[in-house]
Design a binder for this molecule. Structure first.
Ligand SMILES: Cc1cc2nc3c(=O)[nH]c(=O)nc-3n(C[C@H](O)[C@H](O)[C@H](O)COP(=O)(O)O)c2cc1C
Length: 331
């Protein structure tokens, strides 16, 4: 059974990759994931705010004793809220690289172009095989247009890519007005991969305490279809390789993602719920499913359900929408 794939120009034995999360915080867990057959591993993110804060603090310390900086950053989580500070991140990356043989993908997370992105070079020097650039932009600013959000994201990618040798994947939200067009621009700007989609972490309101509540729910497979649609729209149309993140829990989810056109399926919630060894089960289930359904390789099914290859590409658009609404029957 041939499960091999290529992602960001890196050959992988299969597409199962633990995604960015606390899973790679602990070296023992990282080794367990490698033993369970992880094809590569993505580290948690280092955030723009962490790097900028450190860079600005150094600058201000050198130049003045200005209080305005302290005021400006007081709404951000304190440095102690982060599991890894910027320097610790690099050290952790070096340690992970030393302990496993699988490719290690680091992650930078931010929303504006700027000096903080130079950290990509330190990440490269620390030994990362690739970089994921997570662009988490809530876009709630009344003055910032969709075009501007796209422009900033493309500028970030260009800035990261400048002089960097390792490949870069952009991890995106689904909420761009014309997502496929925007993805094509990222492709043209040199994205080696696109990771679809960031989850939008909901906030709720505590009506008694008048506070905003944070709850991190793990996903289930019902989150996958949104990703399938995004991947299916791009497969065969962009040079960048494609990764699914969000809702991959079973071998069937991997098959669907591959049929949509994904090169890699990242898993986080499934591994946090079931432990690193669950990867082994998903891989065994995948092989069993392929055997039963007479597929000898993932490559032959990759993209066979993409928008470009289905007989009626409109099934991903208004045709399905209209039929779906008409199909409702009162029970
Ligand atoms: C506890 C936790 C921490 C996460 N940390 C990061 C992170 O640091 N950077 C990032 O890009 N994504 C992060 N994610 C998002 C995951 O990489 C992934 O995109 C998301 O959980 C959807 O995949 P899933 O359905 O397999 O969980 C985190 C997710 C969880 C549950």
């Amino acid at each position: 059974m041939d499960l091999s794939t290529s992602y960001l120009g890196i050959s992988l034995p299969h597409p199962l990759v633990p995604g960015a999360s606390p899973l790679a915080d602990d070296l023992d867990t990282v080794k367990q994931l490698e033993d369970a057959g992880a094809a590569a591993i993505v580290l948690r993110s280092l955030f723009e705010e962490q790097i900028t804060r450190e860079q600005e603090a150094t600058q201000i310390h050198l130049e003045s004793h200005d209080d305005s900086f302290a005021e400006a950053v007081s709404y951000f989580p304190s440095p102690e809220s982060f599991v890894l500070g910027p320097e610790e991140y690099l050290n952790h990356l070096r340690r992970v690289k030393q302990s496993v043989r699988i490719p290690v993908i680091a992650s930078l997370n931010g929303m504006t172009p700027g000096g903080w992105l130079s950290y990509a070079h330190l990440i490269e020097q620390a030994g990362a095989d690739a970089l994921e650039l997570n662009v988490y932009h809530a876009a709630t600013d009344l003055e910032t247009s969709g075009t501007e959000v796209e422009r900033q994201t493309i500028a970030m990618l260009r800035e990261v890519k400048r002089g960097l040798k390792i490949p870069v994947a952009a991890k995106l939200f689904p909420f761009f007005t014309a997502f496929a067009h925007f993805a094509l621009q990222l492709d043209a700007a040199g994205a080696d991969g696109l990771v679809l989609f960031n989850r939008f972490y909901d906030v709720d309101i505590d009506i008694k305490e008048l506070d905003v509540l944070r709850t991190l729910h793990l996903s289930d497979s019902s989150e996958l279809p949104l990703r399938l649609r995004g991947i299916a729209a791009l497969a065969g149309r962009v040079k960048a390789s494609l990764a699914v993140t969000g809702g991959v829990h079973t071998a069937v989810d991997v098959v669907k993602s591959t049929m949509a056109g994904a090169h890699v399926t990242q898993m986080v919630s499934a591994l946090l719920k079931n432990g690193p060894g669950y990867l082994r089960k998903v891989r065994a289930d995948l092989e069993a499913w392929m055997e039963e359904n007479e597929w000898s390789s993932l490559n032959e099914m990759r993209g066979n359900m993409s928008q470009e290859r289905v007989p009626n590409p409109n099934v991903y658009g208004r045709a399905n929408y209209m039929l779906m609404l008409q199909s409702w029957e009162r029970v």
